[in-house]
Write a protein that binds this ligand. Structure first.
Ligand code: ATP
Ligand code: MG
Length: 435
């Protein structure tokens, strides 16, 4: 490949993250993740990330494999002045290039040290060693320059691992340079996240199954978490931005048709923000009465700025005494049915609504574990409740998972219960359903 030639973009970019600390798990490869996010909108997908230690043989093997796969490799890390940083000489050797001293960069480094009134450590001179014929990217954020080598196997770019230097060099030089070296695609890589809750992952998969073929070449991914099972649709750049958006609109419509009320939004919106918007639209206020969720619901409802429009109070009534004193739950109810019961959650709901003079209420009482379970009420037994001026709904959950999961899932399910009651109130009043 002659200088100035273009590498096909179809195959995308490989990332090789170099650093023994990445293998030990002390540091996460956030550089690789950042580059994926940075390049996707440009229609340059990162197709694989490999992590290797500061080891010449491993680096050589990983970079060779990456070159064979796509012909464009971005390496992060191992450009430092210390003995353990071997990236530059290893990759120079892979390309059969000698290291030469770059007098201009050496002078620049000396100038920077002098400006701070310090002498440059001798070890830093290695940062001015540059492989013959390399493209040089000056580093305004640190001492190691970015370097690119190219031959008939493809391009290898080396960047320092320090995250702000890695990002800075990409933003200052590398991404723009890459774009000139890669065959343009029709459009950007674009995704839409359809947020879904209250239905198991397998059921989401079944309902959406036929959509997968209908929307090709767009692809679908299922992303389960405590919040539900989100569906991400991606257009991989075969189309212009406008075409991609309209294809994503169509895909979203198909998914909504299959999942109905289980869809609570698109993008990164939290369910609590959706509930908050619905409360505001109807002019309702809400109070949260929580036991095992320890304030998670109140926290999420107040994450949105302006939450005082609809959020009146959150009561964390953890101890039974607090349920009696603060929420008006009756001692006889707890004696007869226990604090985790339909009767208790109903009284929490009513008591909270009355004491806070709120239109709506949301309540949770359950056993988050790991202790406290019984044969009759094992860990994961949770009662949730929600009420609007028109309706109330109570529900028992049997959740699996650790303490954190049970708490998060309980909060999500309770918020969803209120969301559904608010939708019901809206449809009964003849108002439009939210988009
Ligand atoms: P320098 O130019 O500063 O010498 P370098 O290329 O030698 O940079 P490293 O020594 O490998 O960089 O790493 C410097 C710091 O950056 C370390 O704290 C390391 O944990 C962090 N780091 C390295 N690689 C990554 C990565 N892929 N993602 C996030 N952080 C990283
Ligand atoms: Mg390192």
């Amino acid at each position: 490949v002659a200088a100035g030639s273009v590498v096909s973009r179809r195959t995308g970019v490989e990332v090789v993250a170099i650093g023994t600390e990445l293998l030990l798990g002390d540091t996460l490869d956030t550089n690789g993740a950042w580059l994926g996010r940075r390049l996707a909108p440009l229609g340059i997908p990162v197709v694989r990330r490999t992590i290797v230690g500061d080891d010449a043989a491993a680096i050589q093997q990983a970079v060779s494999a990456a070159l064979a796969n796509t012909g464009i490799v971005v390496c992060s890390g191992g450009l430092g002045p210390t003995r353990d940083d071997v990236t530059k000489r290893t990759i120079a050797a892979l390309y059969g290039r000698a290291l030469r001293r770059d007098e201009i960069w050496l002078a620049e480094l000396r100038r920077r040290y002098a400006a701070r009134g310090a002498a440059m450590p001798v070890s830093n001179e290695t940062q001015a060693l540059v492989p013959e014929g390399a493209v040089f990217f000056a580093n305004a954020h640190g001492t190691a320059p970015g370097l690119a080598l190219e031959d008939e196997r493809g391009i290898t770019i080396m960047l320092p691992g320090v995250p702000h230097e890695f990002r800075g060099l990409n933003d200052d030089h590398v991404v723009a340079w890459l774009e000139t070296r890669i065959e343009p695609r029709a459009g950007p890589v674009r995704s839409r996240l359809v947020r879904i809750t209250g239905i198991p992952e397998s059921a989401v998969g079944e309902r959406v199954d036929d959509v997968i073929d209908a929307i090709a070449p767009l692809t679908i991914a299922f992303l389960p978490s405590f919040a539900g099972t989100d569906v991400r649709v991606t257009s991989w750049g075969e189309q212009s931005a406008a075409q991609a958006d309209s294809a994503l609109d169509q895909a979203e419509a198909l998914i909504r048709a299959r999942l109905g009320d289980h869809v609570y939004g698109v993008g990164q919106t939290d369910l609590a923000a959706v509930v908050g918007a619905e409360l505001r639209a109807r002019g309702f206020t809400v109070v949260a009465a929580e036991s095992c969720t320890g304030g998670l619901i109140a926290k999420r409802l107040t994450d949105a700025a302006g939450a005082s429009d609809y959020f009146t109070a959150g009561v964390v009534a953890y101890h039974n005494t607090a349920k009696l004193r603060l929420l008006g739950v009756r001692a006889a109810t707890i004696e007869a049915y226990g604090a985790v019961s339909e009767a208790a959650v109903r009284e929490m709901l009513d008591g909270a609504r009355q004491s806070a003079a709120a239109d709506c209420a949301i309540a949770v009482t359950g056993i988050a574990g790991p202790g406290g379970g019984t044969a009759e009420k094992p860990v994961g037994t949770v009662w949730i409740g929600a009420a609007t001026p028109q309706h109330a709904d109570l529900k028992q959950l049997h959740l699996r998972g650790d303490r954190t999961e049970i708490r998060e899932r309980s909060a999500q399910a309770a918020l969803d219960l209120l969301r559904r009651l608010l939708l019901r109130a809206r449809s009964e009043s003849g108002g439009p359903r939210p988009a």
